[in-house]
Design a protein around this ligand. Structure first.
Ligand SMILES: NC(=O)C1=CN([C@@H]2O[C@H](COP(=O)(O)OP(=O)(O)OC[C@H]3O[C@@H](n4cnc5c(N)ncnc54)[C@H](OP(=O)(O)O)[C@@H]3O)[C@@H](O)[C@H]2O)C=CC1
Ligand SMILES: O=C(O)[C@@H]1CCC=N1
Length: 247
């Protein structure tokens, strides 16, 4: 996720970025997109904004080691690590966000703990996508919807593409048609002020093809299955929060 963030920022320009990772091989893949790479964690002391893109169970210990100061901002993207816990480990101003992988292409959907975002962080987030502010208690469900969400959508795009291949399309054409259809449908939802039910209705020509497919979806209750996937991810985010608090 840290790499996606760096690539997105690079695309937008305007930021001087130093990437730090323990693994030289990871740094090599990211070096074309940042100003400097290093394995030395101490570099964090030189940065106005430190983005912590570590696995949740490492965040507490590493944050204590970093010894950030009050004139720095910490941007944490770790699932399940609360603002309260972060603030107990650092002097820096804390902003907790849940981003997603589409930051790489400037299309991130992120949730940010409300009332924590500063102008400086707003500009960084605007450079890689869109964000909404939610209360801290809603970060677990946001993690499931927009953090894990891309994987769920990739799965659905693949299902649609596979069906196209089964029907005789080439894998390349099926992938393009399925992905562009998801992108176009998403853009339509974002730009239109019509309800989603209304938009479905607009695609369903009377006695046409779409209503036949929608009847299958409504009968098989895909909506409930997607709901269960989101609930499972939300539950795991809560477990990660508990693990982080217990450490
Ligand atoms: N993947 C995603 O789509 C999203 C992830 N997140 C959050 O982002 C965070 C990272 O997740 P993800 O990118 O998937 O995980 P990764 O394991 O892919 O990335 C973490 C990176 O940090 C490196 N690392 C480990 N220890 C250190 C250290 N001491 N100093 C510097 N670098 C270190 C890891 O190296 P090594 O592999 O050698 O341990 C690895 O390259 C998590 O907290 C997750 O909750 C949030 C939203 C979306
Ligand atoms: O799977 C995870 O735990 C991380 C957080 C959200 C997306 N990826």
């Amino acid at each position: 996720m840290g790499g996606a963030f760096i690539k997105g920022l690079h695309q937008s320009g305007g930021y001087s970025v130093t990437a730090c990772d323990v693994d030289e091989a990871v740094l090599e893949t990211i070096s074309p997109y940042c100003d400097r790479t290093t394995t030395e964690l101490s570099v964090a002391a030189e940065s106005e904004v430190v983005v912590l893109a570590l696995k949740p169970d490492l965040v507490g210990a590493i944050l204590s080691d970093l010894e950030l100061t009050a004139d720095q901002t910490l941007l944490s993207i770790a699932a399940g690590v609360s603002t309260e816990l972060l603030e107990s480990k650092t002097e820096a101003t804390v902003v907790r966000i849940m981003p997603n992988l589409a930051a790489e292409y400037g299309m991130m959907a992120a949730a940010v703990t409300e009332s924590t975002v500063t102008d400086e962080i707003r500009a960084i987030l605007d450079a890689v996508g869109e964000f909404v502010e939610v209360s801290e208690s809603k970060m677990d469900i946001a993690t499931a919807v927009n953090g894990s969400g891309p994987a769920f959508v990739f799965y659905l795009i693949n299902a649609m593409a596979e069906a196209g291949v089964d029907g005789g399309l080439s894998p390349e054409d099926a992938r393009t048609l399925a992905a562009q259809t998801f992108k176009g449908a998403a853009e339509t939802v974002l730009q239109s002020d019509r309800s989603i039910e209304d938009l479905i209705d607009a695609v369903c020509s009377p006695k046409g093809t779409t209503i036949e497919g929608m009847d299958v979806l409504w009968d098989s209750d895909v909506e409930a299955e997607v709901g269960e996937a989101v609930a499972a991810a939300e539950e795991r985010s809560k477990e990660l929060a508990q693990d982080a608090a217990d450490e």
